[in-house]
Design a protein. Structure first.
Length: 355
């Protein structure tokens, strides 16, 4: 897919984004294989720029990719691009969140249409069976469930501050369980496993639901838990797990929802009882007041609360695929990723301009 093996790791514009798609150690492995890597400076990244330089990477100022990155380079990142430039002509590799009908998707895809660039969305980097090849799911589930546990015990403070796992686990173990019960929907996936591990660390009893349970959803049983963690990734519309009517009934003991998927604004939103995300400054939003309050936590960069652990795991997964990105023969997994972009562009602009 590329004649010149070159990666340009951009800085993240979001101040709370401390992860990196590639660790200095793994970047060094690619450099030794002949890949030229440029890494932008960042005031937030958990790994210092000097560590990348020591691994053989070139360095560049933050945000310089738009001006200085060669047209043959893959621009690698994690979260959203800045609003400028309007025309995107590079090949970008990051989580674009633009293929599920999200409100911001048309504007982003038009930028690629104008500039002739390509979005290789990491959410769609999957094998032939559809299994994601590089994901932050485990740490998203872990962090989200941990926040829910702390909030349910009245121990969540804001603004949120990233920390090593050992510090987060110490906070989870501080208080007695107090009889809390948690339900994890999608417990068998990456995010679900992470959520279950965090709740277990907190000493909270966990009910685990998989696909069979969601096909025959027992809403009364769902509401009979103190904490609900939604870790279900769906690619087609299905009936929601909770509705406004369920909240209005006031039945059950549910007091905290942690939505790991955060599909707000999309027809794939499984918890349409809330319509906007929370963040590190205000991590909790009240959905129902009164004598039986119910709160939601819906943060779309949860793994950045555990940036080193999350980045190392993700980098280890992504490393072999980045090597394949520069292979002489097109890699089928990247081709599927490219096909998802082509489909989205065709829906936006028509078949001629999407080709």
């Amino acid at each position: 897919m590329a004649d010149t093996p070159q990666l340009w790791i951009r800085s993240e514009t979001r101040p709370t984004e401390r992860r990196a798609p590639l660790t200095p150690e793994d970047a060094g492995l690619l450099v030794r294989r002949g890949v030229r890597i440029t890494v932008e400076d960042s005031a937030h990244r958990v790994f210092p720029l000097d560590a990348y330089a020591a691994a053989g990477c070139r360095t560049a100022p933050a945000g310089s990719w738009a001006r200085d990155a060669p047209g043959t380079a893959y621009v690698l990142g994690l979260k959203e691009l800045p609003p400028a430039p309007e025309a995107l002509h590079h090949r970008h590799v990051y989580f674009g969140h633009a293929y599920k009908g999200q409100p911001q998707a048309p504007g982003l895809l038009r930028r690629f249409a104008v500039g002739g660039g390509t979005l290789l969305d990491l959410e769609y980097l999957a094998d032939a069976e559809g299994r994601r090849l590089a994901a932050f799911g485990y740490w998203a589930g872990y962090a989200g469930a941990a926040l829910a546990a702390l909030h349910a015990r009245g121990r969540l403070t804001a603004p949120l501050v990233p920390a090593p796992r050992r510090e987060l686990d110490a906070r989870l173990r501080e208080a007695a369980p107090g009889g809390l019960r948690a339900l994890v929907i999608g417990a068998g996936g990456r995010s679900g496993r992470g959520a279950c591990d965090a709740l277990t660390t907190a000493g909270i009893a966990v009910t685990r639901w998989g696909r069979a349970a969601t096909r025959r959803l027992d809403r009364a049983a769902l509401l009979d838990h103190d904490i609900l963690v939604n870790a279900v990734l769906t690619t087609r519309p299905v009936p929601p797990f909770l509705t406004a009517a369920d909240l209005e009934s006031g039945t059950g003991r549910l007091s905290v929802i942690a939505d790991i998927t955060c599909d707000t604004g999309s027809e794939l939103h499984l918890l349409p009882v809330y319509d906007r995300l929370t963040d590190w400054t205000a991590p909790v939003r009240r959905l129902r007041g009164g004598s039986r309050p119910l709160d939601v936590i819906a943060i779309d960069n949860l793994p950045s609360l555990l940036p080193a652990e999350a980045a190392r795991a993700f980098s280890a997964d992504l490393l072999p695929k980045l090597a394949d990105l520069h292979a002489a023969s097109p890699d089928p997994d990247w081709l599927r990723c490219r096909a998802a972009f082509t489909t989205a562009m065709r829906a936006l602009t028509g078949p001629d301009r999407a080709a």
